[in-house]
Write a protein that binds this ligand. Structure first.
Ligand code: ADP
Length: 619
């Protein structure tokens, strides 16, 4: 191949700039990232080699080597893992797989990412962290059965590809260190960084140094293993420090922050496995932008890494959990597809889910501040479980927090507390909408406010979809206050309905989109509301779906009027005096307009509304 130069995707260029400038004080993490990649590459070939031994090229002596060349000022990290073909190099090192890179950059800029390493860290910088210490990076790599390829870049917009020599399968990452990064050529510095970040890495990390041969008086090469290689999840809990857990978490998650919670246990009995799980402190960016609905735990069988791609190891609504599961009950020497079907995996999943939900319940009880932070980050993902995990529905519901009409903005309560405070009332009341501000003065709340009843205010877009699935909690029905009827004083209403009957029929004729016009006792201050039926979508969800280009069926709502309200009474008087009075239509339409606005929906004809309003204002 002739040498060719290719440009990075523009976003990548910007990202590189951001990474190298904002993570500077944490720059030793480049080594952790490169060792993680080398380790992944070995795991990949080792696993695929279980079913396709040819791939191994007769190799079983897995290792990662670090070679510091002081004269050339290069630091080389090599592995005998899976290697990359030319296409794979372009795909993996020339673009960023995350589709949301652009959006991420915009957000990162808005949040002042330059001074916020955690933010960049959440994104997972991986290989590109090399450019914090190197002004040029060369990757020489070779996949099974292919030719070696050389990739070189200064991390400023382009990279070059050319042919290369490499005797065997694997990858060398050669860093041409910057002037101010010479410390990474020192054996003691490398020892300390590896010890700190990568001690538990399963494969030996070998530092190539030299020592003096006393007899010959010359320097001879020496191999020194830097890591103890103890799989952290196999060690007894009591022996593991918080720092060790934290470094391991960062190794598998590429997060920069410490985890919020660590769960480490051995399952014994019907199914045996060891699990080390972490709850992150904040939502990683790839979770925001990629929106991959699957959970990815690392599955090991007898310490051999199998995959992080089984979707039956943990349900999607727990996809924020990171960690390792190591089972000795699963067969090692079968393909991923067959393993995916193994019934033992279901048992493991049940156990993991139970454990995670229990840990969250404990966190909620023991440290409400910490739990509330967790809920802010991952609550909307957790809620998906109401829909998908029927069995654990109530346990998931126990963990949810909502604002309510009885508490100041920002303060949340759980369903358990709500039920405790509701006395012998039968229904858990809620109103869903776009934001607290948009719904807290809703006409639907008036009757309940007058009665002193608390209503949950649900403002997470997913609430509207999943909360109705819950149907009841602790034997109490959930009821959306903007849907369906309410218990009313039927007798009192029957009286007025008689008096208003003709007007109500006429108003329905004037308002074609309305299924019925009737009187209500649910309003105290307002004149009118639009009520959907039990199963209809709320207007704000309809609006959201329209914005996303979805078709939304025409909704048929009931317009309810407050017979005590002076405007409704005036309409009745106008109608009684002269059925042909054009003001009757204006008033009826304006009552409908205001009910549409208060429901959170958009007016179909805003100009018509303005004209009607002006007509009335001008008197
Ligand atoms: P990540 O590791 O988070 O996927 P990186 O930017 O670190 O992101 O690496 C991008 C991709 O490049 C990896 O997913 C992997 O496919 C490939 N890669 C990186 N280092 C190696 C290596 N030493 N051997 C084989 N493939 C590698």
């Amino acid at each position: 191949m002739a040498q060719k130069t290719m440009k990075f995707k523009t976003e990548l260029d910007q990202l590189l700039h951001l990474i190298t400038h904002s993570l500077y004080s944490h720059r030793e993490v480049f080594l952790r990232e490169l060792i993680s990649n080398a380790c992944d590459a070995i795991d990949k070939v080792r696993f695929e080699g279980l079913t396709n031994t040819e791939l191994l090229d007769g190799e079983s002596d897995w290792k990662i080597t670090i070679n510091a060349d002081k004269e050339a000022r290069t630091l080389t990290i090599s592995d005998n893992g899976i290697g990359m073909s030319q296409e794979a190099v372009i795909e993996n090192l020339g673009t960023i797989a995350h589709s949301g890179t652009k959006a991420f950059l915009a957000k990162a800029k808005a949040m002042g990412a330059q001074n916020n390493p955690e933010l960049i860290g959440q994104f997972g910088v991986g290989f590109y962290a090399s450019f914090m210490v190197a002004d040029e990076v060369t990757v020489i790599t070779r996949a099974h059965g292919g030719e070696a390829v050389k990739w070189t870049s200064k991390g400023t917009g382009s990279f070059t590809l050319s042919d290369a020599d490499r005797a065997t399968r694997g990858t060398d990452v050669v860093l041409h260190l910057k002037d101010d990064a010479a410390e990474y050529l020192d054996a003691w510095e490398l020892r300390s960084v590896v010890k700190k970040f990568s001690d538990f890495v399963e494969h030996p990390i070998i530092l190539l140094t030299t020592e003096k041969d006393e007899e010959k008086g010359t320097e001879v090469p020496k191999e020194e293993q830097l890591n103890t290689r103890k799989a952290i999840w196999l060690r007894p809990k009591g022996e593991i420090s918080d720092e060790e857990y934290s470094e391991f978490y960062k190794h598998i998650s590429h997060d920069f922050k410490d985890p919020a919670e660590t769960i480490h246990y051995n399952a014994e009995g019907a199914i045996e496995f060891k699990a080390l799980l972490f709850l992150p402190a904040a939502k990683p960016f790839d979770m925001v932008w990629n929106n991959d609905p699957k959970a990815h735990l690392n599955l090991y069988v007898q310490r051999v890494f199998i995959s992080n791609d089984f979707d039956n190891l943990l349900p999607g609504y727990l996809r924020f959990v990171k960690g390792v599961v190591d089972s000795s009950d699963l067969p090692l020497n079968v393909s991923r597809e067959i393993l995916q079907e193994n019934p033992q995996l279901d048992k493991i999943r049940k156990n993991l889910v139970g454990r995670i939900l229990k840990t969250l319940a404990q966190m909620k009880e023991q440290d409400s501040k910490k739990f509330s932070k967790f809920h802010d980050e991952f609550g909307s993902i957790l809620k998906e479980g109401l829909q998908s995990d029927w069995e654990n529905r109530e346990k998931i519901a126990d963990l949810l927090l909502f604002e309510t009409t009885a508490r100041p903005a920002g303060e949340k309560t759980g369903l358990g507390d709500y039920v405790e405070n509701m006395g012998d009332r039968e229904e858990i009341l809620y109103l869903a909408g776009e934001s607290r501000a948009a719904i807290e003065h809703s006409p639907f709340l008036e009757a309940y406010a007058a009665d002193g009843r608390e209503v949950l205010l649900m403002t997470d877009p997913i609430d509207e979809f999943v909360i109705p699935q819950l149907m009841e909690y602790k034997g109490k029905k959930l009821k959306a206050v903007n849907k369906g009827g309410i218990e009313e004083d039927q007798e009192a209403l029957a009286e007025s309905t008689k008096a208003f009957a003709e007007l109500l029929g006429h108003a329905k004729e004037l308002l074609p989109g309305v299924k019925e016009v009737k009187l209500t006792g649910r309003l105290k201050e307002s004149a009118a509301v639009l009520v959907g039926d039990e199963y209809s979508m709320s207007p704000h969800i309809e609006a959201m779906m329209r914005r996303m280009g979805q078709e939304v069926p025409e909704r048929e709502s009931v317009l309810e009027l407050n017979p005590e309200h002076p405007v409704v009474q005036k309409l009745q008087a106008l109608y009684a005096a002269n059925k042909q009075d054009p003001k009757v239509a204006t008033y009826a339409k304006l009552l409908h307009d205001q009910a549409v606005i208060a429901s959170g929906a958009k007016l179909e004809d805003p100009a018509g509304f303005a004209a009607r309003l002006n007509e009335v204002l001008a008197g």
